[in-house]
Write a protein that binds this ligand. Sequence first.
Ligand SMILES: [Zn+2]
Length: 270
Amino acid sequence: MFKNKFWEKAVALIKLSIKKVLLLPSLLYFKIANSNVECNICKFKANRFRSNDWHSYIICPNCGSEVRHRLLWATFEHINDFSLTKLIKNKSVLHFAPEKIIRLLLKKFAKNYKTADYFSEGYTYDNIDYYIDISNMYDIKDEFFDCVIACDVLEHVEDDTKAIKEVYRILKNGGYSIFTVPQRDNLKITYEDPLITNPDEREKAYGQFDHLRIYGDDFISLLESYSFKVFEIDENCFTKQIAERNVLFPPIKSEIKNVTNYRKVFIGLK
Ligand SMILES: [Zn+2]
């Protein structure tokens, strides 16, 4: 028993050391490059950003923004078809699971800005307008909003297809949905197993204890199958200079299973 544990630990340590050696070139590159980065949301400038359990140097030390938030904001700032003026300014906007860092800005620009969430353990948000489940928004009339934003929400929702249908229903014609979801690198088809219900098993299977699936490349077709015309925004939609400066991708790719190294913002036109 003791021997087994010892060898388990030794093997884990060797594996970790090998991984670190393999990562060394990119780490060195990052240090030598001495890149100056800037959060496009709060404008904080840093030599480099903070790390989290998944990635090195991706969190703004000032406002806590992550790659997906800055990618969304870069979309508003630099892509004319999906600018702040076109999608948010003087529009009615519904923001699910509203991240503090962008809700203040959106509120400033939108004509009618509402927040929504369906409370679950471990999450707290202040001043929510609608306590609703995104897959059953009975309180909201058809074609009511110009824009619905739900970043990293659908992976928590039991019936995500119902949620997408509901978002479509409450959007006006010509309105936009904005989604982000965790997508495992190189996973073609979304992985979901209804038999996995235990939080530990969910963490192992999908990367987080309260996720119900891990999305694959087919997420875009899922949105399209519910009549959205979908535009996929990633780091390649911006100049190299902007993508690097605003850290619109992880400077060092993570090797962790279920990690999302290539973040995308999905904009769906109704
Ligand atoms: Zn920031």
